[in-house]
Design a protein around this ligand. Structure first.
Ligand SMILES: O=P(O)(O)O[C@H]1[C@H](O)[C@@H](O)[C@H](O)[C@@H](O)[C@@H]1O
Ligand SMILES: [Mg+2]
Length: 280
């Protein structure tokens, strides 16, 4: 029983590695860029192609009927984002599409698996760096074959905090995001960072390079795999108001411990976002 989902986990690692190779190769050729929700929400043929490869291989391996799939590009094409109790794969084929387009070297494949709405494992393949982050509930978190752990820093003044500004550039949101960042800088913290991929940001918290990553506006596919990796590395997940973390809420604080999380939460200026599972 304790080894449940081991086969799925190991297969996800293989699939993520193969998907990462496709992304690396595609990055060597000309990249045709299109936009989705707005002029800075980028998508490429590689995003679509890689999502099809991942979902295709998972369906072939585990059967189409019993497993459900939430993939960034399928949802952006109108597939409903419905999270049920059924075994569900949550996939971001190219996390950091803007980085991919610009040759900024942080791009990740993110694959998570949930049952009864509980995340069982997560795999984040940072494919340009060639680092495989992975974690299965109750089995620890790893980068390649080395076990990873969050930092033990409790003093916010000795922390590096990660955040991102996302693609929504409405004046009210941009000003809240930057006001929060200013307040955090002034605590002061050692530094503010952002890799351009939420999945990689979470792995940076998991391996102790940063004490916390928070964002409002991310989607479930950006963070689902990272959630398991942070938890298994000893870290915590909270909502931006300090309440319980909700994968579909598009709001998240991941941190090495509650002291750091609570201190960051004090400074966050919250703005409204539409939930991933909202009926539209
Ligand atoms: O590159 P994608 O998969 O679109 O994800 C990014 C997201 O769109 C941005 O809003 C976040 O700020 C990034 O950290 C995501 O990873
Ligand atoms: Mg993403």
């Amino acid at each position: 029983m304790c080894d449940q989902w081991k086969e799925e986990f190991e297969y996800a690692v293989q699939v993520a590695r193969a998907a990462g190779a496709v992304i690396r190769k595609a990055g060597e050729c000309e990249i045709k860029v299109q936009t989705k929700s707005c002029a800075v929400d980028l998508v490429t043929q590689t995003d679509d192609r890689v999502e099809k490869i991942i979902i295709g291989s998972l369906k072939e391996q585990f059967g189409e009927g019993t497993h459900c799939f939430i993939g960034e590009e399928s949802v952006s094409k109108g597939k409903p984002c419905v999270f049920t109790d059924k075994p569900t794969w949550i996939i971001d084929p190219v996390d950091g599409t803007t980085n991919f387009v610009h040759g900024f070297p942080f791009v990740a494949v993110s694959i998570a698996f949930a049952v009864n709405k509980k995340l069982e494992f997560g795999v984040v393949y940072s494919c340009i760096e060639d680092k495989m982050y992975k974690a299965r509930k109750g089995h620890g978190a790893f980068c390649d074959d080395e076990q990873i752990q969050v930092s033990d820093v409790k003093d916010i003044n000795k922390s590096i905090i990660i955040s991102e500004h996302g693609t929504d550039r409405s004046p009210e949101k941009v000003s809240k995001i930057f006001s929060t960042m200013q307040k955090i800088l002034r605590i002061p913290v050692h530094g503010l960072r952002g890799s351009g991929t939420a999945a990689t940001n979470m792995c940076l918290v998991a391996c102790g390079a940063s004490e916390a990553f928070f964002e409002i506006g991310i989607h479930c596919w950006d963070i689902a795999a990272g959630v398991v990796i942070v938890r298994e590395a000893g870290g915590i997940l909270l909502d931006v108001d300090g309440g319980e973390f909700d994968l579909m809420s598009r709001r998240m604080v991941s941190a090495n411990n509650k002291t750091i999380a609570d201190r960051i939460i004090k400074e966050i200026e919250i703005f409204e976002v539409v939930r991933d599972d909202a009926e539209i």
